[in-house]
Design a protein around this ligand. Sequence first.
Ligand code: SAH
Length: 476
Amino acid sequence: MRFLPVFLDVSAGTVALIGTGAAAQTKLRLLRAAGARIRWYAGAERFAVEAAETATHADAFEAQLDIVASDPAQADLSGVIAVVSAAGGAIDEAVAARARAANIPVNVVDRPDLSTFVFPAVIDRGDVVVAVGTGGASPVLARRLRERIEALLPARIGDLAALMGRFRERFAQRRHESRSLRRFWERVVDGPIGSAALAGHWHEAESALAQAVEESAKPEEASGLAYLVGAGPGDPDLLTLRALHALQSADVILYDELVSPAVLDRARRDAERVFVGKQRGRPGVGQDTINRLLVEHARRGLTVVRLKGGDPFIFGRGGEELDYLRDAGVPAVLVPGVTAALGCAAEAGLPLTFRNEATRLCLVTAQRAADVGATDWSELADPQTTVVVYMGLAVAASVRDGLIAAGRSPATPVAVLARGTRPDASAVYGELRDLGALAAQVGDGPGLLVIGEVVARADGWRAGYAGSAGMAEIAA
Ligand code: SAH
């Protein structure tokens, strides 16, 4: 590391900028954005005029900019805190030599050999600034890295930092000696306050933080945090960034059979993993036990993640768990996930709605035959409704009977999508009248039944039921 990254307060003095052209203008914009006062040696008079024009076009910092028409090589460096030279050739070399002799930090554009400091690629989120440097070796690489980091940083992270900055003093004054500074702020960032701020719910975040600061005057009690996290349908790339963050901060993870091993692999290495699902032929861990475990772990001061297939609020009992945590006074954060219907449909190239063709989408559950009996299928007989049945593989024939009896055409296109977005995904296509037989052909679940005209738009259907051994057999 030749260049030490530091953040310089450029409002503390004047920066000399030498030269014109695109590189000089870029630096001018950057320096002005940071609030610098600039003395600009733009060179010969004609350049100075050009520079003055750019400056007047630029913005409202007029008073901060002083354009000097004298010879840039002779630029007056007295009293400046830094020099940026973008004149090129001999002028840059001369300016750099003088700045170095006077111990003034100098940057020469595209010449790390002449520079004593370099400009990093900057990600600017207000109070949060990330700088990426490559020692001046490859600005292109630095920019590529910046793009990746941009994509990872929550858009409102700067607002969150500003909010915390405002309460920092007050917390420091009020906090009881038993309160750990680090843990307090970690909980703010990772918990409901951070979530609210990052979601733009400003007032909610602010009043919750104000309250937390007030309460910090009392001695600390071990208080953990619970996340209810949607794991998506299986492919770990379908995790949200927030889910990934929760998985990375987990002490304990409670997961079930719907969570794929590939997703679990993304969790923090030393998080304890607890299986709370059903295994073939054995009764699963009951919901009461799961609720109790969540609260127990959180009360020990741990960060506990309840990881659930798809989205926690869609046929996932996330609502019950959230209620239980609230009643127990455990702070809880819900992280949505890609529900099976969306993940599977995207994989199959199957649009769930379509202009003038499918104007309604219904997600229904058919866990038991009794559910099927209790379902009002007449609601779902409308030809413009796409029906996605969760937990319906084993009762597909009853779903078919219910829909046909309610008036849905037996020729309606259907798909059975099993183990969607996983390496062993499989899909079969056919007509509603064959739904029972189709569902028997995809092997083990989890699987979805999709019923509606839009199914005929899916890749597999268009390819003549390609990959659909089932339909070929039925046709034979
Ligand atoms: N909360 C989950 C649904 C849980 S109910 C979600 O939002 O997706 C369990 C049912 O979800 C399964 O019976 C099956 O119908 C469906 N399912 C879950 N993962 C699936 C997958 N990868 N492929 C197909 N169906 C899936």
